[in-house]
Design a protein around this ligand. Structure first.
Ligand code: IPM
Ligand code: MG
Length: 365
């Protein structure tokens, strides 16, 4: 498939813009090689948008995103969260996911070959970690009503509500089962069925969906046990499917297991337009130095190309180029070992682009 694609790009805050710049250079190179065109529109979201428009996701940005073929986001967030009740940069992501109809977020974590040392695990264990957290992202406690701040008898009270309807559960578990058939065929569904009603419903529905997938092996774990096993025996997981909050926590746990949240991508999909981003935050402490690690952004691009645009050859090329660059010793400061030269984000990106250029072109019949 080849064509012309509209990508809405939201660099965001902190290291977001520098990471996004790295991603766009790779995306342009991939498009050139792949014989398709990318048209990008850079727009504000997060704290920069609050500053300019008083809104983390201004209407014109949302409208552009809705009309795009894919949305690429750097990172949003401030060093110090604004006071309760004021607009928060993170709302941009939450509102975007819902507006785009994205209900599932795919987060694959693995130690890239050559980067086993980044993980605290023994290298032989680290190299076996490769799992996808399939996170529900349209419901649960992030959105349930009632929610908010109130005063009861003069005291401040905060309320969040966890709510799930069976359809919301069914569609995510279905995605997890389908993904499992392209991998190791194992799904671990994570809930809190021993305490929460939403957990009981989650387990019931997941069991029903599992029964429709005879080729997939489905197990159920309570979230506390899942967290423990993810740290103690991460290689035992293939596909993990869970609700919004647990998925948020477990995907960062996975990032910790592989050694860095800078190396895990996120694809929020299910609607017409997908949202692709690295899972890391805006890292205000290192912003502006040009030293941020763009691996998560490049893996997010792999998702954008494959799932967002259906450009599978280009996605494979970017992934291959990234792996080759890393195998060839490309390292930003956070993943360099003693004695290895730390590259800037820009130099790292150049290595990936060189590898991309060195790859054989696909032969079109
Ligand atoms: C993530 C982030 C977001 C989330 C925040 C920033 C809203 O933590 O993508 O994991 O919780 O979904
Ligand atoms: Mg998170």
């Amino acid at each position: 498939m080849s064509g012309r694609y509209q990508i809405v790009v939201l660099p965001g805050d902190g290291i977001g813009p520098e990471i996004t710049e790295a991603g766009l250079l790779v995306l342009e190179a991939a498009a050139r090689d792949g014989g398709f065109e990318i048209e990008t529109e850079l727009l504000p979201a997060g704290a920069v948008a609050i500053e300019a428009y008083g809104d983390p996701l201004p209407t014109h940005v949302l409208e552009a995103a809705l009309g795009a073929d894919a949305v690429l986001l750097g990172a949003v967030g401030l060093a110090h969260p604004p006071p309760l009740g004021e607009p928060r940069p993170e709302e941009a992501i939450l509102r975007l996911r819902v507006a785009l109809g994205a209900f599932v977020d795919l987060r694959r974590g693995r130690c890239l070959p050559g980067l086993e040392h980044v993980s605290a695990l023994r290298p032989e264990l680290a190299s076996r970690v490769d799992m996808i957290v399939v996170r529900e992202v349209a419901g649960g406690i992030f959105y349930g009503e009632p929610r908010g701040l109130e005063r009861t008898e003069g005291r401040r009270v905060a309320v969040d509500t966890c709510r799930y309807d069976e359809q919301e559960i069914r569609r995510v578990v279905e995605v997890a089962c389908q993904i499992a058939t392209t991998r190791d065929g194992r799904v671990c569904s994570v809930d809190k069925a021993n305490v929460m009603y939403t957990g009981r419903l989650w387990r019931e529905v997941a069991t029903e969906v599992a029964a429709e997938h005879g080729d997939v092996e489905v197990e159920h774990l309570l979230v506390d046990a899942a967290a423990a096993r993810m740290v103690a025996d991460p290689a035992s997981f293939d596909v993990v499917v869970t609700e919004n909050l647990f998925g948020d926590i477990l995907s960062d746990t996975l990032a910790g297991v592989v050694g860095s949240s800078a190396m895990v991508p996120s694809a929020s999909v299910g609607g017409r337009t997908g949202l692709f981003e690295p899972i890391h935050g805006s890292a205000p402490d290192i912003a502006g130095r040009g030293s941020a690690n763009p691996v998560g952004m490049m893996l997010a691009l792999v998702g954008l190309l494959a799932i967002g645009l259906g450009e599978h050859a280009a996605a494979a090329a970017v992934e291959g180029a990234l792996l080759a660059a890393v195998a060839g010793g490309a390292r930003t400061a956070d993943i360099a070992q003693r004695g290895e030269r730390a590259l800037t984000s820009r130099e790292f990106t150049e290595c990936v682009i060189q590898e991309l250029a060195a790859r054989p072109r696909p032969v079109v019949a």
